[in-house]
Each structure stands twice: as structure tokens, then as C-alpha cells.
Design a protein around this ligand. Structure first.
Ligand code: BES
Ligand code: ZN
Ligand code: ZN
Length: 510
């Protein structure tokens, strides 16, 4: 992204965005804006209510002052981080062809305690608004004037002088997130023929080089050698090699401040990397099956978290595993009733080939627990339609037996707007996973509580880890937004997990 961010307390540029919350001070603020610019206060108050995403463009005569176009942007009632970010993202996305190379965002009217949040959200929102699912068509004939987002673009964030330091740091953070999330959006939106597991591995290797973490890629031969047999079982129907990505970020090198003799907590992340899910022999209905290119949303969230944590140099030791494969319909594919060994030693009867995520996660979780022994273990997966039906796009399902871990994740969810809702892991949900021919089966056969039994299935492969959480992100990873006519990627999980890694991780015991 070619945008340079400048945070300052000087004059606003000619084109400035003015985000406004819908609170009790709105009328006064509008009156003040009106008087500063020679406008009619009542008309402004009538025409602009600061509803979330509402915009009003005010043109000013040159004689009045520096700014000649003020874009009033409503951020709604709550005024929280995600509403603010979403309002600016949507504004920038819809108006970018009107915006010149240099754009200001005026935050001078926000109180000091809000500055960190709004400067982060302003930078992130304006930069994310430049994301597009496909590049602009080259225009025939006359070249359009360069606009915000083209080379040489500048985003000026205006704050009061006492908030300069806080705002600069926060805007830098917002920029890191926007850059990482834009890459994650591209990856999840990418068609499956352009992101086979081997290509996903290429993405991870490049991201690791660019951001400062390590990745080791196992392809078919090494996966066989390592004994990741559950991943191989799901891959049987695919002509493309599976991939198993092993990730690590150590803070010592990246951390900006010197901390001596500190043992950083190790957070283990596992992400479902199914690059396309046809369902296999238990084939899915054809309507909207193309959305199943997003069945690697968990893997994308893990990759994005490594990228953001490494770029921000956070003081946490991250380890990760991403099992990746396609789930295809093929004569060589696994069939319902087939039994396979897994990395953990437990055997699985595949009763439904469409419940493939939990099979590959079984190997991912068991491998990471055995070989990296993380203090905290979190997996993310677009795992069940059941969680979509329960929580929709509003929240992801959170499953954990550890109350402290659940609370820490829930509060990271509140802060970032990537919300989580806690779901139960009661014993009853596991009882239907008993198999007559293997240690357990992958699907209960019952048409209820599938998100809960899927989580219970995964628990079998965590080696009774005291601080494990499973996030079912099937409803939140891919959704409606201004970016596309149908559903598209959301990068859900990147902000959430990075925020979680930045909190005090005293969650080791139940
Ligand atoms: N990838 C799907 C889950 C999914 C559904 C993700 C909708 C995103 C949107 C998963 O592999 C799946 O097919 N799950 C089955 C499990 C069932 C067979 C127990 C489902 O939820 O229908
Ligand atoms: Zn499936
Ligand atoms: Zn799936």
C-alpha cells in the first residue's frame, strides 16, 4: 500500500474527513463547525445525524479557510473501535475516486482518552477502504486524475498537540493491521485454483520473510514421514499435495524494548486450511458452493496473526500449525465408514466426509501439543454450518473449559469488535462420537448441536491441554460488506488474536 501517514497538529488539508459520533455533543459540534466555516448551524444539524456510515459533503468557498471540502462521516451511537473503523472504511471505499492524493482526518475534537482508539481506527479504516476484490479496469481515452490510494498518497491525521505521540503510535498500529488484513482478504477471496495448499505455503513463506517469523513447509513426502495420517486421509481425493505449515515467532529479535530474563508465554495457534471443501463423497449442495474457497479462513487468521504480531514486535512467543488440503470428490477419496489412524495414535471412523475440518485439525492440534508444548492452545476453523445458524455473522463460537482463557478471549473480542460467544463443551456432546470400529467417529449422525460435538471431537486431540480454546469462525470469516456483491473475506481473527497476545496471559490453569 502506497499511503504515507502523517500525524500532526497543524492546518487541515483542503480535503478533510470529519468523523462524528451520534452523542449528546453532536449538536454543539455541528454548530461550531458551522460557525468556523460560515455555514447555517440549523441546516447542518437538520441534514446530518451522524448515523453509522452517514456522510455529508460540505463545500466551502476558498476564502473561508484551509479545508475546501469537509466530509462529515457518522460513526453511530456506540462510538466504539469497530463502528468507527467500519464507517471510515466504507466511506473511503465508496468515495475513493473523488478523493485526491492528500486527505486529512480531523480528530481534534475527540477527548484525550479516546485518541488511541480513534487514531488506530481512522488509519486502519481509511487504508482498508482501499482494498478491492479486483483491480480497476484500465480506462480508455483520457487518464483520470490520480486519487487517494495511487502512488504518492498521504493520509494526514490531525490531533491536538498533547496527543501527538499517542496518535502517531496508534496510527502506525492501524496501518500495520490494514496492510496485514488487506493481504489476508486477498488470500481468502482468492479462487481455490490459485491457492492450492502448496500456494498457501508460498504465501506463508513470503509473509514470514517480509514480517519476521519462521515457517517450515511439509509437503506430501514429509507429511507421510511425519505420520500426519489424518491429513493424508482427507487429501486422498485431491490431485494436489497437502501441506503442513509449522510457524514460529520469537520476540527476542523483533521486540523494540529490552526485556531481560523474561520467559515469554508460548501461544500455540492451529488453523483449518481447507482450500476448497466440496464435502467429498458426502457432497455439498451446489448452491453457493463457491464460498467454500474460504474454508481456509482459520489458516488465514493464524497467518495474519503471525504477520501482525511479528510486525508489531509483541512480547509473546508464538508457535503454529496449519494443516492444509482440498476436500474433493474422487474415486480415490475416503468413503463413509473408512477408518484411519491419526498422528495422536487414536483411530477415526469417517462417518461423513464433509466433516473434514475436525479430521485435519486432529493432526494439527496433536502435533503442536506434542512438539511445541504451548502454554495456551487456540484453534480457529470454519468448522460447522451449525455455528452459522446459531450465531450468524455477529459472533464466532468460543469453546473452552478454561474460564480465564475464555474471559481473556471474550474481552479481546469486545475491544476489537471481532466478537465471541461462549458455547458449552458438556460431556453429553461427546457421547455420540463413539464408534463401533474405531476410537471415535467424526460425525454423530444426529441433526443437532453439531458445533458442540465438533468441538468435543477436537478436545480428544488436545492431550487434555489445560488452556485450550476452539473458535468456530464459519459464520464470521466470510460475509457481506461493501467490498463485494456476494459474500467476501473479513479477515476475522487477526485483530482478535493479536489483541489477545498483547494482554497479560495468566491463563495457564483452569
Ligand atoms: N466447511 C464446512 C463448514 C462451513 C459451513 C463453513 C458453512 C462455512 C460456511 C465444514 O467442513 C462442514 O461441511 N461441516 C458440516 C459438518 C457436518 C457434516 C457434521 C456442516 O456443518 O454441515
Ligand atoms: Zn466439510
Ligand atoms: Zn470444511
Amino acid at each position: 500500500m502506497a499511503v504515507k501517514i502523517k500525524v500532526h497538529d497543524r492546518k487541515a488539508p483542503e480535503n478533510t474527513v470529519l468523523p462524528l459520533a451520534q452523542d449528546e455533543r453532536l449538536a454543539d459540534r455541528l454548530a461550531q463547525i458551522a460557525s468556523e466555516n460560515g455555514l447555517d448551524a440549523t441546516a447542518l444539524q437538520n441534514d446530518f445525524k451522524a448515523e453509522a456510515k452517514e456522510t455529508l459533503l460540505v463545500y466551502l468557498p476558498k476564502s473561508v479557510g484551509a479545508a475546501r471540502r469537509i466530509f462529515l462521516v457518522g460513526v453511530g451511537k456506540k462510538g466504539n473501535f469497530s463502528d468507527f473503523q467500519l464507517a471510515l472504511r466504507s466511506f473511503c471505499f465508496k468515495n475513493k475516486s473523488k478523493l485526491p492524493l492528500k486527505i486529512g482526518v480531523d480528530l481534534r475534537h475527540f477527548p484525550a482518552e479516546k485518541i488511541e482508539q480513534v487514531a488506530d481506527a481512522a488509519a486502519a479504516g481509511m487504508l482498508l477502504g482501499l482494498y478491492q476484490t479486483k483491480p480497476d479496469e484500465p480506462k480508455k481515452g483520457e487518464k483520470p486524475a490520480p486519487h487517494f490510494g495511487d502512488g504518492g498518497s498521504e493520509l494526514e491525521i490531525l490531533v491536538a498537540s498533547e496527543n501527538l505521540e499517542t496518535a502517531s503510535e496508534a496510527a502506525r498500529r492501524g496501518q500495520v493491521f490494514a496492510e496485514v488484513q488487506s493481504q489476508i482478504l486477498e488470500l481468502v477471496n482468492r479462487p481455490s485454483n490459485r491457492k492450492t495448499p502448496a500456494l498457501l505455503a508460498d504465501f506463508a513463506e513470503k509473509a514470514a520473510r517480509d514480517c519476521g517469523f519462521k515457517v517450515k513447509v511439509l509437503l506430501r513426502k514429509e507429511i507421510e514421514k511425519e505420520g500426519l495420517t489424518a491429513l493424508l486421509a482427507v487429501n486422498q481425493g485431491s490431485p494436489n499435495t497437502p501441506a503442513f505449515l509449522i510457524l514460529e515467532y520469537k520476540p527476542e529479535k523483533n521486540v523494540k524494548f529490552k526485556i531481560q530474563n523474561v520467559k515469554f508465554k508460548t501461544v500455540g495457534l492451529v488453523g483449518k486450511g481447507v482450500t476448497f471443501d466440496t464435502g467429498g463423497i458426502s457432497i455439498k449442495p451446489s448452491t453457493n458452493m463457491s464460498y467454500m474457497k474460504s474454508d481456509m479462513g482459520g489458516a488465514a487468521a493464524v497467518l495474519g496473526t503471525f504477520m501482525a504480531v511479528a510486525r508489531l514486535g509483541l512480547p509473546v512467543h508464538l508457535v503454529g500449525a496449519i494443516p492444509s488440503t482440498e476436500n474433493m470428490v474422487d474415486g480415490a477419496g475416503a468413503k463413509p465408514g473408512d477408518v484411519f489412524p491419526t498422528y495422536s495414535g487414536k483411530t477415526i471412523e469417517i462417518t461423513d466426509t464433509d466433516a473434514e475440518g475436525r479430521i485435519i485439525l486432529a493432526d494439527g492440534l496433536a502435533w503442536l501439543v506434542k512438539n511445541r508444548k504451548p502454554d495456551v492452545l487456540i484453534d480457529l476453523a470454519t468448522l460447522t454450518g451449525s455455528i452459522v445458524r446459531s450465531l450468524g455473522p455477529t459472533a464466532a463460537g468460543l469453546f473452552s473449559q478454561n474460564d480465564k482463557l475464555a474471559a481473556a478471549l471474550e474481552s479481546a473480542g469486545q475491544a476489537t469488535g471481532e466478537r465471541l460467544w461462549r458455547m458449552p463443551l458438556w460431556e453429553e456432546y461427546g457421547s455420540d462420537l463413539k464408534s463401533d470400529v474405531a476410537d471415535l467417529r467424526n460425525y454423530t449422525g444426529k441433526l443437532h448441536s453439531e458445533a458442540c460435538s465438533a468441538a468435543k471431537f477436537l478436545e480428544n486431540f488436545t492431550d487434555e491441554h489445560p488452556a485450550w480454546a476452539h473458535l468456530d469462525i464459519a459464520g464470521t470469516a466470510f460475509g457481506d460488506s461493501e467490498f463485494a456483491t456476494g459474500k467476501s473475506a473479513t479477515a476475522f481473527g487477526v485483530r482478535l488474536l493479536t489483541e489477545f497476545c498483547n494482554t497479560d496471559l495468566q491463563v495457564g490453569e483452569k
